[in-house]
Ligand binder design. Structure first.
Ligand SMILES: [Cu+2]
Length: 124
């Protein structure tokens, strides 16, 4: 019985391990966020694509942040990176120190200095 439950849990874990591939809107900016590989503990290469009016968009800056709320016996955890790139494609790497559910946010400073944010979450 224990073996069956363990096997079931392991297969759920495998199903959840997938590349990050999602997107939405940060105000008037369309944001796409993708990881190169399945998300895992450690460094994860992530690409953020930005568009405005369907054209690649170049903002002043793009920051990517991962956050995990405090858990019993564990403080909150986070990592952030200033993405580098041009012409609407920005890349960087986030360090996830453990598996679980992470809140992920993309903060864009628009050309007029306004901050615009897109939020999502990922579990692995
Ligand atoms: Cu945690």
């Amino acid at each position: 019985m224990k073996k069956i439950i363990l096997a079931a849990l392991l297969s759920i874990g495998t199903l959840l391990a997938a590349p990050l591939n999602t997107g939405g809107k940060a105000s008037d900016i369309t944001v796409k966020i993708q990881s190169e590989k399945d998300l895992s503990v450690g460094q994860n290469s992530i690409t953020v694509s930005l568009a405005k009016d369907t054209k690649p968009f170049t903002p002043k800056s793009v920051e990517l942040k991962a956050f995990m709320a405090a858990m019993p016996g564990m403080p909150e955890m986070s990592d952030k990176v200033e993405l580098k790139g041009k012409d609407g494609i920005y890349k960087g790497s986030l360090n996830f120190v453990m598996s679980g559910t992470w809140q992920i946010s993309v903060t864009i400073v628009d050309t007029d200095g306004k901050r615009k944010r897109y939020k999502t979450s990922a579990s692995f």
